[in-house]
Design a binder for this molecule. Structure first.
Ligand SMILES: C[S@@+](CC[C@H](N)C(=O)[O-])C[C@H]1O[C@@H](n2cnc3c(N)ncnc32)[C@H](O)[C@@H]1O
Length: 345
């Protein structure tokens, strides 16, 4: 058996049959698979694969040092992997919960068949594992936090989810060839970096012309209720936890409770954004706007909404009024909005 076959045998399908999309995150050279590592053809750089997770993390260069908060954010998530699993989670319960979230269910139904996907900042891998249950796609879940990836890959192995694979990476230096991916998803991640727009640029570079980009960010207005609660919790403690139903419902184990509480109310860094701002990012990088969740034209987000059919592009005023509506509705899901676009050919 040759070395490539030895590595291939134990690893999930994306590493076995889509490894050609990977590249060295430092030199950009293609990666070859060895028995327990990926390496460049010259052998000058080697990346271990331990416990089924490929360690392809590359730090930022000194030119980014000023804005680099990677180490601080990594330490935060190593202590509290997000969103973590329930003790009794199984393949079925994960799929059931994902379908309840509507967005994940719609992705599962509407993503193009055969797509090679990266979820950048996958955390403990719920979405990657859910989407990886379909034989119709290959999905890489990448994150810098090793403890999150261990939970993600542990779940994947336990429930034999063969079409998902996990790797440690820095989204500012994604270890993928330029224009090699059909879809990049990054939900709730870029606002925890020192340069959200730079992160967006680094990810879009990896998408094929005609491929899809989905970016979820905190919105400046819709995030306000969470920030108000944060102030109250800091000042008055648990007596005010009733203001966030998830904290008092009692249906999360300790790990998930801590993950939600700390991610929402004790995070060391978050930025806030707007629909109009991200439309500017799309325009600057030749990404055609397709849709927004919630819809920017104020219509309801329903199960029959098509994520990848171009919606009418809305004015800054309409975008602002959609964001105001998100605020008045209570800023659900921490005030996240998701922008979906297609990279132009
Ligand atoms: C709030 S969690 C979101 C997890 C997941 N996307 C979800 O929606 O459940 C943010 C994740 O982004 C990851 N992250 C932040 N900065 C990153 C970077 N520069 N490279 C890779 N991952 C990063 C963190 O480690 C963390 O797991």
């Amino acid at each position: 058996m040759d070395a490539t076959a030895a590595l291939a045998q134990d690893l999930p399908a994306p590493f076995r049959d889509r490894a050609s999309v990977l590249e060295c995150p430092v030199s950009g050279e293609p990666l070859l698979a060895g028995p327990d590592e990926f390496r460049t053809a010259s052998g000058s750089r080697r990346y271990s694969v331990s416990d089924g997770i490929a360690n392809l993390f590359a730090p930022l260069g000194p030119e980014m040092a000023e804005r680099d908060i990677t180490a601080m954010v990594k330490a935060f998530y190593e202590e509290t992997p997000f969103p973590n699993y329930d003790d009794l989670d199984t393949r079925d319960s994960l799929a059931r919960k994902a379908r309840q979230s509507l967005f994940a269910a719609m992705l599962d139904e509407q993503l193009p068949a055969g797509a090679v996907i990266l979820e950048a900042g996958c955390g403990t891998g719920q979405l990657t594992n859910f989407l990886g249950m379909s034989w119709q796609r290959r999905i890489f879940g990448g994150d810098m936090c090793l403890n999150s990836l261990r939970l993600a890959n542990g779940f994947r192995e336990r429930f034999r989810i063969d079409n998902a694979a996990f790797l440690q990476m820095n989204l500012f230096r994604p270890p993928f060839r330029d224009e090699s991916l059909d879809v990049v998803i990054s939900n709730g991640v870029l606002h925890h970096t020192g340069d959200p727009r730079g992160g967006f640029e680094a990810l879009v570079r990896k998408v094929k012309p005609g491929g899809l980009v989905l970016i979820g960010l905190y919105n400046s207005l819709a995030r306000l209720p969470t920030l108000w609660r944060r102030r109250l919790f800091e000042r008055f403690g648990p007596a005010f936890h009733f203001l966030d139903r998830r904290l008092t419902e009692g249906n999360m184990n300790e790990g998930r409770w801590q993950a939600w509480f700390r991610d929402q109310y004790a995070h060391p860094h978050e930025s806030k954004h707007s629909i109009t701002e991200v439309l500017g990012w799309f325009d600057a990088h030749r990404v055609e706007f397709l849709s927004c969740v919630p819809p920017a034209d104020g219509s309801d987000f329903a199960a029959d909404t098509s994520l990848f059919t171009p919606q009418r592009r809305t004015s800054s005023l309409q975008n602002w009024s959609t964001e105001l509506k998100m605020l008045l509705d209570g800023g659900h899901d921490g005030g996240l909005f998701i922008m979906i676009g297609r990279k132009r050919s």
